[in-house]
Design a protein around this ligand. Sequence first.
Ligand SMILES: Cc1cc2nc3c(=O)[nH]c(=O)nc-3n(C[C@H](O)[C@H](O)[C@H](O)COP(=O)(O)O)c2cc1C
Length: 351
Amino acid sequence: MQIEADRSTAAPPDWMASLTYRSEAAITPSPADLQRLLVAARGRNRKLGVTGMLLYDEGRYLQTIEGPPAAVEQVWSSIQRDTRHGQIEVLSQHIVPSRLFSGWDMQLYYHKGGHRNPVMPGSDAAVPLRDHVPAASRFALNGDDRQLNALIGDLVAEGWQGNALVKHLLEPSARAIGDAWLAEDCGEVDLTIALSMLQLAGHAVHSRTCADSIRKSRYSILLVTAPGERHMLGSSYLGDLFNNAGWAVDIAFPETNDQLANQLRAQRPDAVDIALSDALPRHHALTRLTETIERSRAAAPDDMLVVSVGGRLFAEATATARTVGADHARVSAVGTSVRLAGLIEQRRLRR
Ligand SMILES: Cc1cc2nc3c(=O)[nH]c(=O)nc-3n(C[C@H](O)[C@H](O)[C@H](O)COP(=O)(O)O)c2cc1C
């Protein structure tokens, strides 16, 4: 994993890396094996400032690790080399504004034939926010950002503050989602999207104090090919990345600048990503792309639209966002959603 900084917009320095993967156990671990693994992992995680959740169920591991990017990278390299599991598949990796498992050096969850999973640290039935955990985790698992944001917006309106909301609502909801996976009430993709949605909600409660702006806090993006471009293999991959990060995503292949402008006017997304070919260098397309971006901005006259561009030219760093009047150039797909979320937030703060 390379959580790289973009040329134009790096994530804020105190943000965390978060990585979720699944894998297959090489040999079925006994409870004692799992405990040994856990004790060793916790010792190292504590030193590195890594926290997270490890789920084990019938030969499958699913783990989220979060912490400073360099520390997560270090632990992740070890995990990938570990022969106790194989067929490792990354489900999501982003840079996030806050942790979802702050009290846990690594919490293990698995079915123990009738045994209960460990009591969560910091659990306090007296905190009324806990009553909302079942609803918040259900909304996140259903991908229902509108209801999740409405719930959090209501709680902010009641006077609840960011730290309490993260500790007593969002973090327990993340654990409840882990439980749902173990109980086979949800799949891995649902779990990944739900965790990302809770992370975005964590961002919203830390960065905004107004209940109304939290109610509207999901980001939306329109992913398009530059009008007239072909060879668009990357759109659905990029769409998956944004979906997994909890965004509302639309994909379109407009034929003309007019078509794109009309769609932007009708949909009013927070951001648009306009892609040139990933396969061909396309130097001659830059002038046309500049015009497309001008037209797109004119379709969003309140100057709130964040414009991102992608394609081989930008990935090879032979062109920059500035060359074509965009706000952001995609060097790689990883981390793009976080950088665009940062740019959207900057625009909202300016308003
Ligand atoms: C499913 C699974 C999850 C693991 N999680 C962690 C972890 O969170 N932190 C950690 O330091 N090691 C974890 N390990 C252990 C590492 O893979 C590795 O054995 C250990 O960190 C020693 O690293 P090294 O081999 O690079 O010295 C995990 C191993 C497995 C199989």
